[in-house]
Design a protein around this ligand. Structure first.
Ligand code: C2E
Ligand code: CA
Ligand code: CA
Ligand code: CA
Length: 278
């Protein structure tokens, strides 16, 4: 089987190749995946730096394919974008996250849920209205929902995305700039974005213990975020050493395998209850 450099191709390998009918079959599989109940959200805790307790979760898509098993979002989101299914998928995530928020709240678990937004969603008119409607239908306050938008998308200075940003701010959801440090932010532009949070990319966290440069960058980003009045989150925290460095740097929130992997909603509830001092 050939290993194509573009990781979106891997899902077709090894036996499917680039056969057009096989691609069509996978496209159809993905189209029907939502209705067939194969799409689900897993949730990964975000932990407060000072108290060590859970303050939120990030919702991450999973596709459990009947033959291929669990397919990573890095693969099928690229497919969904190519096949024009990304809006349907994104809308499902909005609805499901709001439903889950309401259910957890009814069970006494109060925390912010983060969803990831695709560039296609940001360019669509009516995204903010759709989110506002979903929040309202489930009786959830807007500040309980956090939208993660990658730095490269956030810096896309088009009229459509700018309008969406303003509309999202106006309905009162929280905004986070995801994978921060991998794009090319203009500091002046960053200053004007209606975000409450910067999320430092995993690549910097990975090298914290071994590379002086990574420490310098993270320290500088924490300082920048705080100077702009933003909270700063570290993703991909895998070791106690990384945690200690981040806490010393006054990083506000931490997320990563060191604390917990993404998990189904019922497991998350148990995890959060076990985590909380009675
Ligand atoms: P992301 O937004 O940067 O999400 C973080 C990814 O890092 C997740 O991968 C998560 O499982 C993984 N991760 C968390 N902690 C650790 C750690 O300690 N070590 C390592 N090595 N990895 C860690 P996942 O779930 O495979 O998602 C991959 C990407 O797919 C996400 O990256 C996001 O860009 C995209 N994605 C996931 N769900 C959605 C969605 O609902 N909508 C959109 N548009 N994109 C999504
Ligand atoms: Ca994210
Ligand atoms: Ca990220
Ligand atoms: Ca990422």
């Amino acid at each position: 089987a050939k290993r194509n450099g573009g990781n979106s191709i891997v899902v077709f390998e090894p036996h499917m190749g680039s056969d057009a009918s096989a691609q069509l079959e996978l496209q159809n599989d993905l189209r029907h995946a939502i209705a067939r109940g194969q799409i689900t959200l897993h949730y990964q805790p975000k932990v407060d730096g000072s108290s060590g307790s859970i303050i939120g979760v990030e919702a991450l898509l999973r596709w459990v394919h009947p033959e291929r098993g669990m397919i990573s979002p890095d693969t099928f989101i690229a497919l969904a974008e190519r096949f024009g299914i990304i809006l349907a998928l994104g809308n499902w995530v909005i609805e499901e996250a709001c439903r889950q928020l309401a259910q957890w709240r009814a069970l006494g678990l109060h925390m912010r849920v983060a969803i990831n937004l695709s560039v296609h969603q940001l360019r669509e008119t009516g995204l903010a209205q759709r989110i506002a409607t979903a929040l309202q239908n489930h009786g959830v306050d807007a500040d309980q929902l956090l939208c993660e938008i990658t730095e490269s998308i956030a810096m896309e200075d088009t009229l459509a995305t700018q309008r969406t940003f303003e509309e999202l701010r106006d309905i009162g959801v929280y905004l986070s700039i995801d994978d921060f440090g991998t794009g090319y932010s203009s500091l002046n532009y960053l200053r004007q974005l209606p975000a409450q949070q910067l999320k430092i990319d995993r690549s910097f966290i990975r090298d914290l213990e071994t590379e002086e440069d990574a420490r310098a960058v993270v320290q500088a980003v924490v300082g920048l975020a705080h100077a702009l009045g933003l909270r700063v989150v570290a993703e991909g925290v895998e070791t106690a050493g990384q945690r200690d460095i981040l806490l010393n740097m006054r990083c506000d929130e931490l997320q990563g395998y060191f604390y917990a992997r993404p998990m189904p909603a019922d497991m998350l509830l148990a995890w959060a209850r076990g985590d909380k001092p009675a």
